[in-house]
Design a binder for this molecule. Structure first.
Ligand SMILES: [Ca+2]
Length: 212
């Protein structure tokens, strides 16, 4: 097998369940060497605890967590799941300045890091503001925007959540001089191949794997 791809995941986990799935899939896939998971779009305590609990269940406390940027306060829909979890229980490293941790992780990597951005872009925008040179050392894969269709296939382009939450950050990130940029717009997110239909949902419910 070829060498694992070094990646950093930047996530606003804690809204819909999709980012929770993304973390599970990423940390279980040997094709990836996850260097860091950063939060974005505020709700720092909430999101950090969610990530910490999920990584603990996955047996991946070797992955550090960086507390990122964004002004959104409070907690989201999955809050009851972490009410029994204290961040001090996380056995891995938690960086209080996740933006700085992200910059350092990119700069110390021998090869290019792939940043997977699946939330609004406050954290990456702040990282580029502090050090624009990181773009030359990284590739960006980002779930951002809407090209031809809107949410669930509605026929018009749509003010997509990750972009509209901080348009200036999105402009900064999407215009940066990355080694490459790959965008998965909303258009691609309701494709049949990746939709959790009833048989798949039943299989997930029946799984004995704690991470499922
Ligand atoms: Ca997200």
């Amino acid at each position: 097998m070829s060498k694992p791809i070094p990646v950093i995941l930047d996530t606003d986990t804690g809204n819909d369940i999709d980012d929770t799935f993304a973390i599970a899939l990423l940390v279980r896939n040997p094709a990836f060497d996850v260097k860091l998971v950063t939060t974005t779009d505020g709700q720092q305590d909430y999101r950090t605890k969610l990530i910490a609990k999920e990584l603990t269940i996955a047996g991946r406390t070797d992955i550090p967590i960086g507390i990122g940027a964004g002004p959104t306060p409070g907690e989201g829909k999955i809050a009851p799941w972490i009410h029994d979890f204290k961040l001090s229980d996380y056995r891995g490293k938690v960086y209080s300045d996740g933006v700085s941790a992200l910059i350092k992780s990119i700069k110390k990597s021998k090869g290019p890091v792939t940043i997977i951005a699946i939330g609004p872009l406050q954290t990456l925008g702040e990282a580029l503001r502090r050090d624009p040179s990181i773009a030359h050392r990284a590739r960006l894969v980002a779930m951002q925007g809407s090209v031809y269709k809107g949410y669930l296939g509605t026929p018009k382009p749509f003010p997509e959540w990750n972009v509209k939450l901080d348009v200036r950050a999105a402009q900064r990130v999407l215009s940066a001089d990355w080694q490459s940029i790959t965008i998965t717009p909303t258009d691609t997110c309701a494709l049949h191949e990746i939709t959790l239909d009833q048989p798949r949902l039943e299989k997930l419910r029946a799984s004995a794997d704690k991470l499922d």
